[in-house]
Design a protein around this ligand. Structure first.
Ligand code: FES
Ligand code: FES
Length: 179
């Protein structure tokens, strides 16, 4: 039997310790060992971007890394994007929902995680810059138009401060006031 290697890492703020085969891909580790199936696997060759996660704050393709390479690192997957475990959507996710920035959604986790560090560096990107930022993420459904619109919506601050549930409550309160 192949030798196993002990690793310890933090994923979405939670610490994990596992003993794994050295050739286990990081994408398979995340999906199968940790049951975090929001990280999708498309090409498995580092081409489509579906498996993108953050490692130490940088966007990486988890299908071309071994899980042992993540030893000692902090990872963020799409499950960790919601606000501090509240279940409220990250404002970028809210913008995607409002601008209809997804259809089947297969590419969406990878696109969101590609955009997070990009938008931290450039909070007010041009359309061209947004298109370049996601040029390594293949989407077969949307034609990208609404993805770009979603990012512009987010970057105009409209969604930055108010989680969806708060805004729903505000809308309800406002319509009650009008009644
Ligand atoms: S599944 Fe990793 S880049 Fe396509
Ligand atoms: S929304 Fe279907 S692949 Fe992008």
């Amino acid at each position: 039997m192949a030798e196993k290697i002990d690793i310890s890492l933090t994923v979405n703020g939670e610490k994990y310790e596992r003993s794994i085969p050295p050739n286990l891909l990081l994408s398979d580790f995340i999906r199968q060992e940790l049951n975090l199936t929001g990280t999708h696997v498309g090409c498995e060759h580092g081409v489509c971007g579906a498996c993108t996660i953050l490692m130490g704050g940088d966007a990486v393709r988890s299908c071309i890394l071994f899980a042992v390479q993540a030893d000692g690192h902090e990872l963020l997957t799409v499950e960790g994007l919601t606000q501090n475990g509240t279940g409220l959507l990250h404002p970028l996710q809210t913008a995607f929902r409002e601008a209809h920035g997804l259809q089947c959604g297969f590419c969406t986790p990878g696109i969101l995680l590609t955009l997070i560090p990009f938008l931290e560096e450039n909070s007010n990107p041009s359309e061209q810059e947004i298109r370049e930022a996601i040029s390594g993420n293949l989407c077969r459904c949307t034609g990208y138009q609404n993805i770009v619109k979603a990012v512009i919506l987010y970057s105009t601050q409209k969604h930055k401060d108010k989680p969806q549930r708060h805004r729903d409550t505000e809308k309800r309160n406002e319509s009650r006031r009008k009644e």
